[in-house]
Design a protein around this ligand. Structure first.
Ligand code: SF4
Length: 368
């Protein structure tokens, strides 16, 4: 039977650039994954803003969404002069001998021989390798440009909306074509057996059936079982950590996915009979919930303001949503910002530092 040529989305190119294993999958590679990408709503907002030339009337109760939308408007205002004929979320496809490449760049446009391809990202700027995705978009967009339009330069950028940073790259059209030719050539030469697993596996469309990932997950479990946390030291682990940690993360996600599946399955189809006297079910538990409004007079009659304040926990998101609900049209953002300012002036906002494990290439103090 003739082998079906896989379809690769540009959003999968950062993974393909590291591991060609997804080419061995029997599915249409990258399609499902793209739908799940967070920020789809922000992209829809940006697309409508650019197409219609004015802020879309898209209601949101989420202050974070309002924040990102304000950043989108700010970013588009700063660059719109460079896009006299903006091409927004256009579905682009090219047939290559070893795979079909497709993608829909957020935006691209040509002005004075320069092809510009910016990409909106609503997360925080990380060390994520975003360039292959942009190279894919640039390749596809360049193929769309009529032959009589000379392009001398390709400018790529990633606009990190949340922290207002921009990553930029500049290439010639020849460099873009060569990059794609090289990736394509390496894909064609893949022997079907070599896999490069790591953090990127989680976003790989072949995640669930990849033989390499399964082997790596097994070895991660073995590594954890072999580790004696009571005696382990940094010196023991440091060198192996990038490898072990990424495999452990992979296993953790798999366990989370399993737990979600199990609960969902039992919720939908009832208790699971696994053998004599072995039935797994969802056991309802009753939890007392206090109705703040109904209990207000009782709370006040027993507790002082200070005592009551110590018992309460107010959600910033819900407060801002309630403020937004009372606002007249197009005033919501301003009213929410004014509320935050008043709370800040009253000393009601404190920043609670949190930490999260994150891989970086260099430490801030070493960048000087
Ligand atoms: S799951 Fe990981 S190792 Fe397997 S094909 Fe995808 S990227 Fe490669």
């Amino acid at each position: 039977m003739a082998k079906t040529k896989p379809t690769i989305r540009c959003s999968s190119l950062p993974i393909l650039n590291r591991c060609f294993g997804m080419l061995g999958a029997t599915l249409t590679v990258g399609v499902e994954q793209d739908v799940a990408i967070a920020g789809t709503e922000h992209h829809a907002y940006a697309a409508q803003l650019i197409r219609e030339g004015k802020a879309p009337d898209m209601a949101t109760m989420d202050p974070d969404a309002s924040f990102i939308r304000a950043r989108i408007r700010m970013a588009w205002d700063a660059i719109k002069e460079d896009f006299p004929d903006p091409q927004v979320e256009k579905q682009l496809v090219q047939q290559l001998p070893n795979f079909q490449l497709c993608g829909h760049p957020d935006l691209y446009g040509v002005q004075d021989g320069v092809l510009r391809v910016p990409d909106w990202k609503s997360g925080y700027n990380t060390d994520a390798d975003v360039l292959p995705q942009l190279m894919g978009y640039a390749y596809l967009a360049h193929c769309e440009i009529p032959k009589d339009v000379q392009i001398s330069r390709v400018e790529l950028s990633v606009v990190w909306l949340r922290d207002k940073t921009i990553q930029e790259w500049e290439f010639t059209p020849t460099q873009v074509r060569e990059w794609m030719r090289d990736l394509h050539k390496r894909a064609g030469a893949w022997n079907g057996n070599d896999f490069t697993a790591g953090e990127h596996c989680h976003y790989c469309p072949r995640f669930h059936d990849c033989p390499a990932r399964v082997a790596l997950a097994r070895s991660a479990v073995q590594d954890i079982m072999d580790l004696d946390v009571a005696t382990a030291t940094r010196a023991d682990m440091c060198e192996r950590l990038p490898d072990v940690y990424s495999r452990v993360q992979m296993v953790r996600r798999q366990i989370d996915a399993f737990s979600r599946w199990l609960r969902g399955e039992i919720q939908k189809n009832g208790p699971m009979v696994c053998g004599p006297e072995k039935i797994l079910r969802l056991q309802p538990r009753n939890k007392a919930i206090l109705d703040v409004q109904k209990g207000w007079d009782t709370f006040r009659s027993v507790l002082s303001d200070d005592e009551l304040a110590k018992c309460m926990n107010i959600s910033k998101t819900k407060v801002l949503a309630a403020v937004g609900e009372k606002s007249p049209p197009r005033q919501k953002g301003k009213d929410q910002a004014a509320m935050m300012l008043r709370l800040e002036e009253a000393g009601a906002i404190t920043i609670k530092p949190e930490t999260a494990l994150q891989w970086v290439k260099t430490l801030e103090e070493d960048k000087e």
